[in-house]
Design a protein around this ligand. Structure first.
Ligand code: PLP
Length: 818
């Protein structure tokens, strides 16, 4: 559904000096995600840190011509562009969405609660998509921005909407209610989460219930008295479920086996029974909530029974793996619908620009759209995200695409089934590609993924990209809004992976990258990283590559300065960007005080080099007892800057703080900070998340008697009858030998299993006596959320930096986004 600009102008009550008749098909608030510039209306939202107004020039260049902003006087700067002026662009976005919503009279399910919103939403979709043409919130879009963007997706062909709403402070729900206007209210579990912005639980609960102001019915669990009373105060009709006789839907019994739970409900004196392939409390609660919604919609018990059994885990996790022949693989083999396709394509488009983009898709599951329109939309979405090759698997996709005359210039291969693809598969068909694998559950794409995956042993380092970005944001909050960040990605991004990490940092707009050696920078450039990259230790042998790949070397001594200047002169270049390192007390690299003036004079007399930044490195910023030394370093650094400023008549970036200085010493922020280990979750500010999890598996389990010995030199002597598991990690993977002899433990089924005897090159034995049901193939956590890397470092008598960078390259890195 589209709107013309004049329509929108009056809907949001904007003023504009001139309004073209442009037709708007998309709204956007994120400058990185513009698909059709000409049809996009960009809302220049401004918050504490991000200011959408900053991106107007860049978006104009990309072809965006319609903006909503609070900034006056832009019309004269950008010819042909329209600026709708409002006081609060976020409010305008919400108004537009509320207007859009009010044009439709479909049933709208509004979900709120502390936990389970996204799962209930996704499960309702799984349960109902064969009956309804559903529009729903993408991912967990439930915020003040996410909700309007979700609601904007409603189109005339939809006949059911499911939206979630989340709040963090009073006053927010009223706004979300006006946008969603739910006709059916669903309240999920009310836990303790997100209490921070509220005085108490009651206030939070009352605020949440505002979502249901105009809902015809509220569906909720009445087992909790406070919740029950709060809902009963409202005038709405209610449908409650619970374990008490007051409940409209009585939970008679739920019995779990090892893999399934059987649930018996009683509704209007009729039994409703079903099973789900889940056994945890939260899943049972969410499933019953879904069953109540289905009953409210008039679904028959048989329908509920059949569909509940098909519920799948909500896998919001997109995995990025190394593939065969230099491919990367994005595994999303659990869902196939247009909404989740958009997310997966966004993830794909963040991948290196030097790889061909390929999509392997199954038939899509979507009711009430005819196939030709559906696959037409899919092709368009693929094309907009730069996909060059499409492999379609399944009868419907094959038929729809075969009939089309034009395939938007995409290479097309069609297979009638997953089996026929596997049968005809040859590894040489794929090379230098970023491959998105996305299919509906019934197509069994999990059989296809191993064919494309690079074979490696079962020890993996999992990198949580959301946690990485969240950590960067935590540090950003410690900084003044205009302080830049140089992300240190040296040593393979502290062991967590070079190009993948740099790619995600680039997408999230850090300002600079720092590497140790030129080769590391070359790798990043080859992977399509365009951010400026500082090389801390440029060797003359690498000068050629530095220039070819547009890297910015650190000039840390008169020798390197002379050699690089000569090289630049010989190449006939001018103003080549470099960084100047000042020695202030680390006593590693840098210009000494007696060399500063000479350096400044030479720089000012020649136009070969252009100083991008001047920096120094702190020796003990993590240690409060050394603060006097740190401040002396800072003082010395400022003197050097003074000397350089006397001679250089242009500005340069100043920086000295590393991770621990950012947290402890805000006075040292200057123009930029160099963020290293903190990004990976090891640091001294609150709210950091562990980014890396090192995991392996059990190879064998055996029971041994007291007195028997384990591993080399018979150092592990058993004191009792013991169950010993051999796990697939050793010192060649980076598991230090100091961790042997009971000095460390690993986690098996979440429980501590001490290391027994000597750590071997490729294997380690751990004591799993007393841990139930340990079998071959079980997962073993070496470090992660519940066993911090700091702990491992302490056991091994080292620091987290060494543990992280010591994980060897044979350990496969798996990246995921949730
Ligand atoms: C490694 C490094 C950093 C980052 O240090 P962290 O302690 O990991 O933040 C900053 N600056 C220089 C010069 C470095 O070598």
């Amino acid at each position: 559904m589209t709107y013309s600009l004049p329509d929108i102008c009056s809907i949001i009550g904007a003023t504009a000096s001139s309004v073209s008749a442009a037709i708007i098909t998309e709204i956007s608030w994120d400058s990185r995600r513009i698909i059709t510039p000409a049809g996009t209306l960009f809302f220049a939202l401004h918050g504490a840190r991000r200011d959408g107004r900053q991106f107007i020039a860049q978006l104009y260049q990309q072809g965006v011509r319609s903006f909503v902003t609070s900034e006056p006087g832009l019309d004269t700067l950008y010819s042909g562009a329209v600026f709708l002026r409002v006081t609060d662009p976020l409010q305008a976005l919400q108004q537009l969405a509320a207007y859009h919503r009010s044009r439709f009279s479909l049933p709208v399910i509004g979900i709120t609660g502390s936990n389970g919103k996204t799962i209930v939403k996704e499960w309702l979709y799984q349960l109902l998509h064969s009956r309804y043409n559903i529009v729903r919130s993408p991912r967990s879009y439930n915020s003040q921005i996410g909700v309007p963007v979700s609601v904007w997706q409603i189109e005339p062909q939809h006949n059911l909407a499911i939206f979630e709403a989340g709040i963090s402070q009073p006053g927010e729900m009223e706004k979300l209610q006006a946008i969603i206007q739910p006709t059916i209210g669903v309240l999920t579990n009310i836990g303790e989460a997100h209490s921070a912005g509220f005085i108490n639980r009651q206030q939070k609960l009352d605020e949440k219930l505002l979502l249901f102001k105009e809902a015809g019915i509220i569906i909720y669990c009445n087992d909790n008295d406070a919740v029950d009373q709060a809902v009963r105060k409202l005038p709405n009709a209610r449908l409650s479920w619970g374990h008490n006789p007051e409940a409209d839907i009585l939970v008679v019994q739920s019995t779990a086996s090892t893999t399934q739970t059987h649930i018996q409900l009683l509704y209007k004196e009729q039994p409703v029974e079903f099973s789900i392939y889940f056994t945890d409390e939260a899943a049972i609660e969410n499933a019953i909530t879904c069953a109540a919604v289905l009953l409210a919609l008039g679904c028959e018990p048989v329908f509920i029974q059949e569909h509940m059994l098909l519920l799948q885990p909500v896998n919001m996790r997109l995995e990025l793996k190394k593939g065969i022949n230099n491919c990367v693989l994005i595994n999303d083999s659990y869902s196939a619908d247009i909404n989740s396709l958009q997310n997966a394509l966004q993830f794909l488009s963040q991948q290196s620009s030097s790889l061909t983009k390929t999509a392997i898709l199954s038939d899509f599951i979507q009711a009430a759209t005819d196939d030709s329109t559906l696959y037409g939309q899919i092709l368009q979405a693929l094309q907009e995200n730069g996909v060059q090759k499409l492999i379609g698997i399944g009868p419907a996709i094959s038929q729809a695409l075969q009939q089309r005359s034009a395939n938007q210039g995409m290479e097309l291969q069609l297979y009638s089934s997953t089996e026929s693809f596997i049968h005809q598969f040859r590894p040489s068909q794929f090379k230098d590609e970023a491959i998105l694998v996305k299919g509906a559950r019934i197509f069994g794409f999990e059989q296809l993924v191993p064919l494309l995956e690079q074979k490696a042993h079962q020890t993996v380092l999992e990198i949580n990209l959301n946690a990485l970005i969240s950590n960067v944001k935590q540090y950003q909050q410690q900084l003044r809004p205009d302080t830049k960040i140089m992300a240190m990605v040296k040593a393979f991004a502290y062991g967590s992976g070079g190009a993948e990490i740099a790619g995600i940092l680039q997408f999230h707009k850090v300002d600079y990258l720092g590497v140790a050696y030129a080769d590391e920078g070359v790798e990043l450039r080859k992977a399509g990283i365009t951010l400026p990259i500082m090389v801390m230790n440029p060797e003359p042998a690498a000068f050629e590559n530095i220039i070819t790949y547009n890297l910015e070397p650190d000039m840390f001594s008169p020798e390197i300065f002379r050699a690089f200047s000569a090289f630049v002169a010989q190449e006939g270049l001018q103003h080549y960007p470099v960084h100047i390192e000042i020695e202030t007390g680390m006593n590693r690299l840098g210009f000494l005080p007696e060399q500063w003036k000479e350096l400044a004079m030479q720089l000012s007399q020649s136009s070969l080099l252009k100083v991008q930044s001047v920096f120094s490195h702190l020796a003990a910023s993590e240690d409060a007892q050394e603060d006097a030394y740190t401040f002396a370093q800072f003082e010395k650094y400022n003197q050097a800057v003074g000397v350089l400023q006397q001679y250089l008549h242009y500005p340069f970036i100043k920086h000295i703080a590393n991770t621990s200085a950012i947290g402890r010493l805000p006075q040292l922020q200057l123009d930029m900070v160099r963020l290293g280990i903190g990004m990976y979750g090891v640091g001294n500010i609150p709210g950091l998340q562990q980014v890396a999890t090192l995991k392996t598996t059990v190879a064998q389990v055996k029971t041994l008697e007291a007195g028997e010995t384990v591993s080399y030199n018979r150092r592990g002597v058993l004191q009792r009858t013991s169950k010993i598991a051999t796990v697939r990690i050793g010192y060649a993977d980076g598991y230090n030998r100091k961790l042997g002899y009971g000095n460390a433990y690993v986690l098996v089924h979440g429980q501590q299993a001490p290391v027994v005897g000597t750590v071997c090159m490729d294997m380690t034995m751990v004591d799993v006596t007393g841990i139930a049901d340990v079998n071959t193939g079980d997962e073993v956590v070496i470090f992660g959320k519940d066993l911090p890397i700091q702990q491992l470092a302490t056991w091994a008598g080292t620091i987290p930096y060494e543990i992280m960078t010591g994980i060897s390259q044979r350990v496969k890195r798996v990246y995921f986004e949730e």
